[in-house]
Design a protein around this ligand. Structure first.
Ligand SMILES: [Zn+2]
Length: 183
């Protein structure tokens, strides 16, 4: 077992608790399940040659909790480089239809950055603003998660985006209930 692989393996064991984020000043909470966090860790850009990865986020809604418990991507048909990621639109639509049949709703996108404290680029923000404006949905906005190459939660940038706004969501310290963690 190589050192890098061993570290990655240990880190994946650590990431088994869900993370909870406040949604602005509201009582709503966004939960990212442990299985989704583990999926992110598998695609972190930990070495010089690794490419950006990304995909879609799917959630269930229960009371004031939005729980992201399914994640997709990257796919063979995506265009990926070290500093860019362009998903395949056809695959995305197929995933949305498939997840919808299983009771999971599209809530946003994720992609990686080769930096420890990730911040979305201006084009990341304008892309998701336009996606919210163009699509038909019943959401307040779309979630964007940028996954950096450090440890969580500091290496996750989570935001709620409308057609015209971008709000970073901050992690809460407490995880005090067991519902909705459909893993
Ligand atoms: Zn980006």
């Amino acid at each position: 077992m190589g050192k890098r692989f061993a570290l990655r393996y240990l880190w994946s064991l650590r990431a088994r608790k869900p993370l909870v984020f406040q949604i602005g000043q509201s009582a709503q909470r966004l939960i990212i399940s442990a299985s989704v966090l583990n999926h992110f860790t598998k695609h972190q850009q930990l070495d010089n040659g690794s490419l950006e990865a990304g995909g879609q986020l799917f959630a269930r809604f229960l009371d004031e909790y939005v729980t992201i418990s399914k994640v997709t991507g990257p796919r063979a048909a995506d265009h990926r480089s070290r500093y860019s990621y362009v998903p395949n639109r056809g695959e995305e639509q197929r995933e949305i239809n498939d997840m919808h049949r299983r009771g999971f709703h599209f809530v946003g996108d994720w992609h990686t950055h080769p930096e420890p404290i990730p911040t979305p680029s201006p084009s990341d923000i304008s892309t998701i603003n336009q996606a919210v404006a163009k699509s038909q949905h019943h959401l307040l906005g779309f979630i964007m998660v940028v996954v950096g190459n450090g440890s969580f939660p500091s290496s996750l940038h989570v935001s709620l985006n409308t057609a015209t706004s971008h709000l970073q969501l901050l992690p809460t310290r407490y995880y005090s209930f067991a519902a909705g963690n459909g893993g």
